[in-house]
Design a protein around this ligand. Structure first.
Ligand code: DQA
Length: 153
């Protein structure tokens, strides 16, 4: 079974308590439970990780490559808008596909959120669909992994 890493960045552990008008009242734990449930339906396995530390997220990306994960679904949170080292880490694990996901619509918020440093090295970005964006991201990864396998044949 294909293994996907679901990686979540700073402050996402505060879901349900932080800015509930933007991110809703559901907790991070509820999000992880949904991601695991959706993975089962899509026939993949998922490992969820969350860290408030840039270096830990970078190490997780490297580990995903070394451990043979088929893809990464990542919400880099605020590091999306600031982190060149995270961008380089994503680029460094190519050809492992990475999908960027955001709960809120970053393009409809403050201007500093409109730019993503990380999206150009991802295969795509999903933004604005709440927790459902994680389902869309998993689906996109499954399709991308299948396409990659067909091309190799
Ligand atoms: C976020 C959007 C980011 O701008 C913000 O810093 C977050 C969460 C989202 O999921 O909507 O922490 O990535």
């Amino acid at each position: 079974m294909k293994k996907i890493l679901c990686l979540n960045g700073p402050n996402l552990n505060r879901l349900g308590k932080r800015e509930v008008d933007v991110y809703g009242t559901e907790t991070y734990e509820a999000l992880e439970n949904l991601v695991v449930e959706w993975s089962g339906k899509l026939g993949i396995t998922v490992e969820c990780r969350q860290s408030n530390h840039e270096g830990v997220l970078i190490d997780s990306l490297h580990e995903a490559f070394d451990a043979g994960f088929a893809g990464v679904l990542m919400n880099p949170a605020a590091l999306t808008h600031s982190s060149y080292s995270l961008r380089d880490a994503i680029a460094s694990i190519s050809p492992v596909p990475v999908v960027e996901v955001h709960i809120s619509n970053i393009h409809a918020r403050e201007s500093f959120r409109h730019q993503s440093i990380t999206a150009p090295v991802c295969i795509g970005q999903i933004s604005g669909f709440g927790f459902d964006g994680y389902y869309l991201g998993l689906l996109a990864l499954v399709r991308a992994i299948q396409c990659g396998e067909e091309k190799k044949r």
